[in-house]
Design a protein around this ligand. Structure first.
Ligand SMILES: Cc1cc2nc3c(=O)[nH]c(=O)nc-3n(C[C@H](O)[C@H](O)[C@H](O)COP(=O)(O)OP(=O)(O)OC[C@H]3O[C@@H](n4cnc5c(N)ncnc54)[C@H](O)[C@@H]3O)c2cc1C
Length: 539
């Protein structure tokens, strides 16, 4: 994608902040009508880093500040006061440029609950046309799937034997084989579908933005950090952003739309004096508009790795000797094939953590790879496999708030993982269920030692201790500018910020309750739906 050489104008119809999953979908849809002028501001640069495009390259981007905000939580009380890494994309494409590429929509009931909570238009049946319209599923169109949309959905590339064994093992323990987790039923075990097209990662930028950038009415400005909103009375009239050492102002005729993601959208609101008085006063910002829910209601999925040693079967270990790696690099460079086309995981499962639960509340991400740290502190691959398991509908709620009035200062993220007994219980049960799969007779010939947590970890107390010591984020933060009509809601069901004209939010932050699955597909839908609503409201 070439950098747009034009100087930005003083005024646009819409200004979209953040070229991530939602922002790219939104900007692309809005600019279909050539009369509508849109400025898209992105704090990061263009997606030139080669590892963005190599699917397995995601591992090199997890701590890379050239494309990643590299956030960390505050010390987490229930995780032995560990700080947890929260990578977020800071690049055109946003977090979809560094994510795991797994395509999951969540469960019908997730959305029906949003609608029942007073958000008309957000039930599953009402969102399904958006999922279908955004999708290009290589399996073809059906009642539940689309073709011709921007989000490329394909099978996982290299098929390793250990994955088939894992699926067979899961089936032997009572899970149904599920060939389509976005089909009529999510529960079961099977291969994921992923956002990889012919061996190359597909991001929201490649899906939506790249084709739209040919339009003269879309102006993308990169390395432009939005530092606050311009507010006149109860109307947001534009915003200010830093480009290099300069601060510039730009006006929006219809609306500013924040698509900065679950950390940065509430940050921009607070920097602009929108939020809770005591939080703003603490950092010396004057309250302009009281909205106590800003930055509250933070939810995420917490995951823990169970690693099982395997022998007599094909895992990553066979492909990661120096010679094999070189071969794989050449293979990708020449034909976009081989191990490097591998996304974060190959297969997964959705299951209930206990028989009392009505629908799946746990998810496994499965990779036929395992690692350990060697004497020099380097990660080395060993013959084995990893099932990382998370509880999908945690009760725990955290927050994200300013620590400083400086716009380039990372906010304080308090995920507050495992704050309730129910969350701890469900996670312990989920670990036990993964071990049940690994204990299946299907694996008897192949099973080696359990690498993590290891055979001495058996009681509930031991398992909880293992979770506290090792659990990490699945990187699905949502909910910090929640949609709704209650006191703590930040936007209404049309994504308008309560009490202010000319300001909307469209990204993961508006999700009122976390969904039972990964969040990129939904964020694309939020961007698309926001665009439709903006156009409707223009009329
Ligand atoms: C490592 C990782 C793995 C993941 N794996 C998966 C997966 O396998 N499947 C899945 O479905 N989901 C996955 N997710 C989650 C998913 O990618 C995100 O939920 C989704 O991309 C969030 O979209 P968004 O539009 O809310 O924000 P983002 O995509 O994060 O976009 C926000 C954009 O706004 C920009 N921005 C922020 N602040 C400013 C500012 N002040 N000025 C200008 N620009 C700004 C950011 O730089 C960024 O480009 C993963 C996420 C991560 C980080």
């Amino acid at each position: 994608m070439p950098i747009d050489p034009r100087e930005p104008a003083d005024e646009y119809d819409y200004i979209v902040v953040g070229a991530g999953s939602s922002g790219c979908a939104l900007a692309a849809r809005l600019t279909r009508d050539a009369s509508r002028r849109v400025l898209l501001l992105e704090a990061g640069g263009m997606d030139r880093h080669p590892m963005i495009h190599v699917p397995l390259g995601f591992a090199f981007l997890m701590k890379n500040p050239s494309v990643n905000w590299c956030y960390r939580t505050e010390p987490e009380p229930q995780l032995h006061w560990r700080r947890i890494d929260w990578p977020r994309g800071k690049v055109v494409g946003g977090s979809s440029a560094i994510n795991g590429m797994v395509y999951i929509r969540g469960q019908r009931e997730d959305y029906d609950a949003w609608a029942a909570d007073g958000n008309p238009g957000w039930s599953f049946n009402e969102l399904l046309p958006f999922f279908i319209r955004t999708e290009h599923n290589t399996r073809g169109a059906s009642e539940l799937h689309g073709t011709g949309g921007g989000v490329w959905v394909d099978e996982v590339g290299p098929r390793l034997d250990a994955t088939d064994l894992f699926i067979q093992a899961g089936v032997s323990t009572g899970l149904a084989h599920n060939p389509d987790f976005n089909g009529p039923v999510q529960e079961g075990i099977g291969r994921f579908q992923v956002n990889v097209r012919r061996g190359v990662r597909q991001t929201a930028a490649t899906h939506f933005l790249k084709p739209a950038l040919r339009r003269a009415n879309l102006h993308l400005l990169t390395r432009a950090l939005v530092t606050g909103l311009d507010i006149e009375g109860d109307r947001v009239t534009g915003l200010r952003y830093a480009k290099g050492k300069e601060t510039r102002h730009v006006r929006a005729r219809h609306a500013v739309v924040l698509s900065g993601g679950a950390i940065n959208s509430p940050q921009i609101l607070e920097l602009s004096g929108i939020g809770r008085r005591e939080i703003l006063e603490r950092v010396g910002i004057q309250l302009r508009h009281a909205l106590p829910g800003v930055g509250e209601n933070l939810q995420d999925h917490l995951t823990v790795n169970i690693q099982q040693g395997l022998r007599h079967t094909e895992t990553f270990a066979r492909h990661t000797t120096p010679m094999a790696l070189l071969g794989n690099i050449l293979k990708w460079a020449i034909s976009r094939e081989g191990l490097l086309t591998h996304p974060a995981c190959q297969a997964g499962a959705f299951f209930r953590s206990s028989p009392e639960v009505e629908r799946p509340d746990s998810q496994i991400h499965y990779t036929p790879a395992a690692g350990r740290t060697d004497e020099r502190g380097n990660m080395v691959t060993v013959p084995g496999t990893t099932a990382t398991v998370c509880h999908l509908r945690p009760e725990s709620r955290g927050s994200v708030h300013l620590r400083s009035a400086a716009p380039d200062y990372a906010p304080a993220i308090r995920a507050n993982y495992l704050a309730t007994e129910a969350d701890r219980r469900a996670t312990i049960n989920a670990v036990r269920r993964v071990r049940e799969i690994f204990a299946s007779p299907v694996l008897d010939h192949f099973r080696d030692e359990e690498l993590r947590p290891g055979r001495f970890c058996q009681s509930d107390e031991d398992i909880l201790e293992f979770i506290r010591r090792e659990a990490q984020s699945v990187y699905h933060p949502v909910g910090t500018c929640a949609m709704g009509s209650g006191e703590d809601a930040v936007v209404d069901h049309r994504l308008r910020v309560h009490g202010l004209e000319g300001l909307r939010i469209a990204d993961a932050s508006v999700i009122p309750r976390i969904i039972s699955g990964n969040t990129h597909a939904l964020c694309c839908v939020i961007g698309e739906k926001a665009a439709d609503m903006l156009v409707e409201d223009e009329r």
